[in-house]
Design a binder for this molecule. Structure first.
Ligand code: PLP
Length: 457
């Protein structure tokens, strides 16, 4: 078997305790290893492979750009793919979001978005506005400001002393909300729970003093931290009103849920509101290159243009022509093949078929939107009690899924900061109905294997 493991090779792997199969190529929803074993990419890797694997056009566009000019410094020059990608994104985004800053990772985009919010307030004569409010559970990245904004405790274990203080309000995570939000919503009622309605944000702003608050950052549909919990229809309208009333910038982090993943180009547009700043990453190139984007309206940039003259976020590889060429080719490919529309259509099939998982033992909830779904595992379906963390249920499940030839994404800690086990799914938009059936079948096999392991632990 062609597998690799620390310390036998020279690679510093992301996990130092497991063997890694060597993937040689991908086709559509499938990854193939050196032994010819096929893995159904049920999570698009880390919510990235939106277009499917092996789309030659994207690499060809990058190679063509690299052959013309591969690198320019963004302080001196602009380039064709950056200009064309910005034009294309301006047509796709809601509200006045029509200026785009290009970076590499999602964490970089979140850092830049938060810095932009802060710099805007300083340059408009409100320097006291510096505090950031974020949700818990939530994830916004792993560099130190983005990690500070994240409520993913296990990622902070060794670095707490280096993190900055971010104020938190509970996420609209109805499965575990005290109000029993999901039950209320299923009955079609609108929740007046402060968490599920969004009004908890106002209480937080008043507590901190609106003059001190720069921004509120949230994912329009929960990412892996809440297992893709979908806020109530009125949630972001309330958030928008509160942010407007108190002059707080609303940053929608669409690094995971954007670029079509929930069935519309941006996830926030399904709430009929526009944020002040938006971030994209992951699926924006379908994984063909690491590109991220900060989107902002002109009204935020004008004061900076008249003041200091630049966002103070210098990065060598910003506005990179080859990465932008990948983004442009991916956006064109999505459009040409109607893949965002397909994601919405297949998303309905996906959720209909995933509903069967609810009947399996220890599946507490199945939720999500578009081709994005979270399955929450519990020790007890009645009480929703999580498994004890020491069992590592989510991690065991994802290993068993891989053994069954299914790539999934594990997350944990959502129930109370420590306990809680999630499996997240986000297949490529090209997935076929028969492949969804296969995904459900492999998921079921993996769950049986996990339960056997856990019972013997
Ligand atoms: C919502 C969200 N924001 C930011 C990030 C950070 O992106 P990256 O891992 O590319 O730095 C992630 C990554 O999972 C994410 O899900």
């Amino acid at each position: 078997m062609a597998t690799y493991q620390f310390p036998d090779s020279h690679v510093f792997y992301r996990k130092l305790t497991r063997r890694f199969p060597l993937i040689t190529h991908g086709e559509g929803c499938w990854l193939v290893d050196a032994d010819g074993r096929r893995y159904l990419d049920g999570s698009g890797g880390a919510f990235v492979a939106n277009l499917g694997h092996g789309v030659a056009e994207i690499g060809q566009a990058m190679a063509a750009q690299a052959a013309k000019v591969a690198y320019l410094n963004g302080t001196a020059f602009t380039n064709e793919p950056v200009e064309a990608l910005a034009d294309a994104l301006a047509e796709l985004l809601p509200g006045e979001l029509d200026k785009f800053y290009f970076l590499g990772s999602g964490s970089e985009a979140v850092e830049a978005a938060l810095k932009l919010a802060r710099q805007y307030w300083v340059e408009t004569g409100k320097p006291s506005k510096h505090k950031v409010i974020a949700l818990f559970p939530a994830y916004h990245g792993n560099t130190l400001l983005a990690l500070s904004a994240s409520a993913r405790e296990h990622y902070k274990t060794y670095y707490r002393e280096w993190l900055v203080d971010i104020h938190r309000i509970p996420a609209p995570y109805s499965y575990r909300c005290e109000c029993g939000g999901s039950a209320a919503r299923r009955l079609g009622g609108s929740s007046d729970c402060p968490v599920c309605s969004g009004s908890a944000l106002e209480a937080a702003i008043l507590q901190l003093g609106a003059d001190n608050v720069a921004a509120f950052i949230a994912e329009p549909v929960g990412g892996s931290s809440t297992g893709h919990s979908v806020p109530a229809p009125g949630y972001f309208r309330r958030i928008r009103e509160i942010c407007d009333r108190h002059q707080v910038l609303f940053i929608a982090d669409e690094v995971l849920v954007g670029a079509g993943r929930t069935g519309t180009w941006s996830a926030i547009e399904q709430y009929s509101v526009a944020p002040d700043i938006m971030t994209f990453g992951k699926g924006i190139t379908g994984g063909y290159a690491p590109l991220s984007v900060v989107a902002a309206p002109r009204r935020l940039l004008d004061p900076i243009a008249k003041g200091s003259g630049a966002l103070l976020h210098a990065q060598t590889f910003s506005h990179h022509p080859v990465l932008a060429a990948a983004g442009l080719a991916a956006v064109r490919y999505l459009k040409a093949h109607g893949l965002v529309e397909r994601c919405r259509r297949m998303g309905e099939v996906f959720h209909r078929k995933l509903a069967a998982l609810r009947e399996l033992p220890h599946v507490g909830d199945v939720r999500g939107r578009g081709l994005l779904a979270g399955i929450e595992f519990v020790a007890d379906k009645g009480t929703r009690a999580p498994w004890p963390r020491k069992l590592k249920f989510a991690e065991t499940f994802s290993e068993q899924a891989l053994a069954a030839g299914l790539m999934t994404w594990a997350n944990m800690g959502q129930a109370d900061g420590t306990n809680g086990d999630l499996s997240c799914l986000a297949p490529p938009f090209v997935i076929e109905e028969s492949e969804i059936d296969e995904l459900v079948r492999r998921f079921t096999v993996a769950l049986e294997a996990t339960l056997t392991k856990v019972r013997h632990a």
